[in-house]
Design a protein around this ligand. Structure first.
Ligand code: UN1
Length: 506
């Protein structure tokens, strides 16, 4: 593919096989395009044994980087943001070519990186701690926030660069080096990002060597990273089984984890909903990124009074979806990541049929789309909300639709799944909206009114409860996960009063 080599050259990825630059083995990871299965290139990969020396190098980098004032660290992140602005189109092209995102969404992904850079630059002057009223005279009690240590980032194919940026940019301003284990399905995206970083870092004498290292490799490399006691925080994005195994490994050494795992996100369409707006939000949420966001809308609970209308409108919107080459103008739905994902989708649709569901669309497409890619028509499934298949996250564009009579029942259905990432209600009734957002409403980490479940801004904390893993990344006070909290009491008096009024005279 001609345009990938041009984009890679412009990004500085001259020789893909040397971009990881350490402990190369004779093994390499092959990058295939989700668009048509073409081989795009290969990158050198590491074996689990490489992780130990990498962590040691990161620890040396940590000792230097934590001494650099946070606003100066922020200045480096500002330069990363500027380099991303400069290379936005090329990096987005690599995202599209490798994982099959439509151009608009690939550009949006790089924009999300730029946004988190801007956010982190501001944060670099806002890593603030508390002062606390001491019970003792002449004492100051306060909280200090210090750099934490080496941060391991494990990322997924579906946001191959943005979710890394959420983690890495906060880690950098917080004073931490990063070791990145990218998805095996997106090795070129990681190499391109590493090339951008290498050039930015070369301009700054305050940046130590190995501030950022990439460990391209298989799941065993991720496990080795999670197992290493020198990794202070492991931030992992991906499937629930992956997160569970990372949590077990990190938990057994009492390390810190930040997990952002699966979602099984629902939306409620209430009697008063503005249907024009709701249908747009539903369709973007359900078919955007070909159903491969952790925030993808997977379940829809429609009030019985609007059910027929909603199904009609959805069927007509789904019938008109432009599906095909994600880099072609006008395409809204690109391919699934690979044939296995298409097989899982068909298996889920078979299960839905067996459980009484009526499936509209959902077929694998072979004509009118690039051959070699896994193209599907997104599926609408009319099904009873308590069918077991509705509790399973299938990483594909399947929307399970059911009707409800009472809002309490719809809220109970929203919450009655193992995952707890995102949720939405479409209503013009302020009581319904507020109930949904309240303590007895949605149990998810993201609760939206009159917008869909996906497409969160970086300024808020991102993540969810239950099987979603409980972590929070990106905005708000998520930075605290990347720092070490110190409670500090200073006695500036001449007496030694003890807390709790204890007398201990010697
Ligand atoms: C993910 O799918 O892992 O809210 C992240 C969204 C995006 C991020 C999704 N900003 O849909």
């Amino acid at each position: 593919m001609e345009n990938i080599s041009q984009a890679l050259v412009r990004l500085g990825v001259m020789d893909i096989t040397t971009t990881v630059g350490h402990s190369l083995t004779d093994q390499s990871l092959v990058s295939y395009s989700a668009i048509d299965g073409t081989q795009l290139g290969t990158v050198g990969m590491v074996l689990p044994g490489a992780i130990g020396p990498m962590v040691e190098r990161s620890q040396v980098a940590f000792d230097a980087w934590r001494r650099v004032p946070a606003p100066v660290r922020g200045d480096v992140v500002r330069a990363i943001g500027n380099a991303l602005r400069e290379h936005k189109e090329d990096l987005a092209a690599i995202v599209s070519l490798e994982v099959g995102k439509i151009t608009q969404e690939a550009l949006g992904e790089v924009q999300e990186m730029i946004d988190i850079c801007d956010y982190a630059v501001g944060l670099s002057r806002g890593l603030t701690g508390l002062t606390i009223a001491s019970e003792r005279p002449n004492h100051r009690l306060s909280e200090l926030w210090h750099p934490l240590g080496v941060v391991g980032v494990i990322s997924a194919f579906n946001f191959p660069v943005a979710v890394w940026a959420w983690n890495a940019m906060l880690a950098f301003v917080c004073g931490d080096p990063v070791i990145w284990k990218p998805s095996e399905k997106a090795p070129l995206c990681a190499s391109a990002v590493q090339s951008i970083l290498r050039r930015v870092f070369a301009e700054y004498s305050c940046v130590p060597e190995n501030l950022h290292q990439v460990a391209q490799g298989g799941a065993d490399v991720g496990v080795a990273l999670a197992a290493h006691r020198g990794v202070a925080l492991v931030s992992a994005t991906g499937s629930v089984p992956m997160g569970r195994s990372v949590a077990e490994v990190v938990g057994s050494r009492l390390g810190k984890v930040l997990l952002e795992l699966g979602g099984n996100n629902a939306a409620i369409v209430a009697p008063s909903a503005d249907l024009e707006l709701a249908i747009r939000g539903i369709v973007f949420g359900a078919v955007g990124t070909c159903g491969q966001r952790c925030t993808t809308l997977r379940r829809l609970h429609v009030h019985a009074s609007r059910y027929a209308d909603v199904i009609d409108r959805l069927k007509s919107a789904y019938a008109r979806l432009p599906i095909g080459n994600p880099m072609a103008n006008g395409t809204l739905v690109g391919p699934l990541i690979d044939a296995r994902a298409a097989d899982s989708m068909q298996a889920a649709l078979d299960a839905a049929r067996a459980q009484g569901g009526v499936v509209h669309f959902g077929e694998r497409l072979v004509s009118g789309v690039p051959s070699g890619g896994a193209y599907v028509h997104p599926a609408l499934v009319e099904i009873s909300a308590d069918a077991p298949i509705c509790k399973v996250e299938t990483f594909a564009p399947i929307l399970y639709v059911s009707s409800y009579e009472h809002l309490d029942d719809a809220i109970a259905l929203n919450n009655d799944v193992p995952q707890g990432l995102s949720s939405a209600i479409f209503t013009l009734d302020v009581r319904e909206a507020e109930l949904f957002c309240s303590a007895v409403g949605s149990d998810c980490g993201i609760v939206n009114v009159n917008i869909g479940t996906s497409g969160a801004e970086i300024g808020g904390a991102f993540g969810g409860e239950k099987d979603t893993g409980g972590g929070r990344e990106s905005g708000s006070d998520s930075w605290k996960a990347y720092m070490r909290r110190v409670t500090s009491t200073v006695n500036y008096g001449t007496e030694l009063p003890l807390a709790q009024g204890i007398r201990f005279d010697i």
